[in-house]
Design a protein around this ligand. Structure first.
Ligand code: MBD
Ligand code: FE
Length: 304
């Protein structure tokens, strides 16, 4: 079809017929519909193909996989890129890079002061000690900051979504001490993979892609007067380190993992087995006027 003929059709279909439209919603929906009309025409999408797509979207919703699809198609990364650009344009520099939240945060994790043990002791995994300091971009420690941390178990599964794990396993909020320090003991996570044969997996396969993430640990770091930092660290050496289906890897977020087998070091850490150690400091950017909020509103799971 001629684009002009499509545009003529749309002009009719998109004319308001009752009440005042909500301008932003109307502008965006009209644009998306127009682009999809063009796609249908350009690719000669047959009715059966169209309804197959509608059914796919219905099923993806039933499976609660839109968060995964948003990550896998790069939307979540793109939103980060745009926030980065807005901050850069406002002259905000320095600080720990942000990277995507992903769909598996759960609000309400226990609050601990200074340090925490994240694992419930039910898994045999490698012991990991992670610690560091929260600072501002001038290098001053931020006491009383909240470090929310969450990660997968040794099988790549997250508590709450994996009902076999205890509530809030591998999830805590740690408040930094007077020197801005945090510290936790946990078990080394494994990488995540999208549910096999699910909606995301089905889509990614047809795009010639996999649905794996490297092993990683998620963080929200927040304190009054600072932009909330949403970030992750990746575990160095993971085969998917630079092949993340969600595009979240950043060079600055791959801290060294020190493996410790020395009996003296083990005893000094209060442990009785070899352990891994990661030192990682977070640097927060100061809040500034006229920036898009770094406190992203999205539906999130909440557990009591
Ligand atoms: C995850 O664990 C994750 O962090 C993201 C972004 C997507 C799916 C699973
Ligand atoms: Fe994750």
């Amino acid at each position: 079809m001629e684009k002009a003929a499509i545009d003529a059709l749309l002009k009719d279909m998109q004319a308001p017929t009752r009440g005042e439209p909500t301008p932003r919603v109307k502008a965006i929906v009209d644009r998306i519909v127009r682009d999809l009309f063009y796609v249908i025409d350009e690719y000669d999408v047959e009715p059966s193909e169209f309804w197959s797509a509608v059914n796919y979207l219905t099923q993806a919703g039933r499976n609660d996989e839109y968060g995964l699809i948003a990550a896998g198609l790069g939307f979540e990364r793109f939103l980060d890129v745009r926030l980065d650009a807005a901050e850069e344009a406002a002259g905000l520099t320095g600080g720990t890079p942000r990277t995507i939240e992903g769909p598996l945060y759960v609000a309400g994790a226990p609050l601990c002061k200074g340090e925490a043990r994240l694992d419930d002791g039910s898994e045999e995994g490698e012991i990991l000690i992670m610690h560091g300091q929260v600072r501002d971009t001038d290098g001053q420690p931020v006491a009383g900051a909240h470090v929310e941390v969450w990660h997968a178990n040794t099988r790549g599964n997250y508590s709450f979504f994996d009902k076999s794990q205890s509530p809030f396993n591998l999830r805590r909020t740690i408040e930094t001490d007077a020197e801005g320090r945090y510290r936790f003991r946990t078990t080394m996570p494994s990488g995540y993979a999208v549910p096999p044969e699910g909606s995301t997996d089905t889509l990614l396969k047809q795009l010639g892609r996999h649905g794996h993430r490297p092993a990683h640990i998620h963080f929200f770091v927040s304190a009054p007067g600072f932009r909330k930092l949403t970030t992750q660290i990746n575990i160095d050496g993971d085969p998917y380190l630079h092949d993340d289906f969600a595009f979240a890897t950043r060079d600055e977020l791959i801290p060294a993992v020190e493996r410790n087998q020395d009996p003296e070091a083990i005893a000094k850490a209060g442990l009785n087995a070899p352990f891994a150690r990661i030192a990682f400091d977070f640097e927060l950017r100061s809040e500034a006027a006229a920036l898009p909020s770094a406190e992203v509103q999205r539906p999130r799971a909440e557990a009591a």
